[in-house]
Design a protein around this ligand. Structure first.
Ligand code: ZN
Length: 203
């Protein structure tokens, strides 16, 4: 959340955090305090003499980068949080699912930078293959719920996994679980078949 406030996360992680902020009032309050903290740190910092054209050069750089910050918005109709709907141009009907087997589906969301984002659809009661991580994985529950070795995660909950965690998320009975996941390194699958298919599915 601090990384998001400071604007230093890859776009795929920004998308997950902005989606969580869109779903969760208390997270937006947390963000406001991190932004205030960042402002206070800047205020306390010793001033530095700048070249006369520094401001216009800075604006030029922002123009050239063509990066539009992903902003949260609590207003939504439909299932997906607003930042996702803005990227897809609509709700679930715009998602182009690809089957991963056992009823599990994914849709890769196009983002810039080194991390990647995907929507996952896990049928009620279904497990995804157990795996470890070679970097950070953020998983935000949008609909339904899943549990793993760590905890239970319901709508608006975010699981942060890293190299230390091996887990097998299992969707709860009842409703299919839809998650938004972002990773900055490939997952490490323990079973042979998922490992074989991994390059194909870009996980
Ligand atoms: Zn994982």
């Amino acid at each position: 959340m601090m990384g998001y406030a400071a604007g230093i996360l890859p776009e795929a992680f920004d998308l997950v955090i902005a989606s969580k902020l869109s779903m969760c009032d208390s997270s937006r309050a947390d963000l406001a305090s991190y932004e205030a903290l960042g402002g206070a740190v800047l205020n306390e910092t010793q001033g530095e003499a700048m070249a006369p054209d520094a401001f216009s050069k800075c604006l030029d750089c922002i123009d050239k980068s063509k990066v539009t910050p992903i902003k949260p918005s609590p207003n939504r109709s439909g299932v997906l949080p607003s930042p996702l709907q803005n990227i897809l141009g609509g709700d679930l009907e715009k998602v182009k699912w690809k089957p991963l087997g056992r009823g599990v589906k994914q849709a890769i969301i196009s983002t810039s930078g080194k991390a990647s984002a995907r929507l996952l659809y896990i049928p009620a009661g279904q497990a995804v293959p157990d795996h470890g991580h070679q970097g950070t994985e953020l998983t935000l529950v949008i609909q339904g719920a899943f549990h793993d070795e760590v905890d239970r995660f319901g709508p608006g909950d975010l699981e942060v996994a890293n190299e230390d965690l091996e887990h097998q998320p299992i969707a709860e009975e009842g409703e299919a679980c839809i998650c938004l996941a972002a990773t900055d390194a490939p997952l490490r699958f323990n079973e042979f078949i998922p490992r074989l298919l991994q390059p194909l599915f870009k996980i």
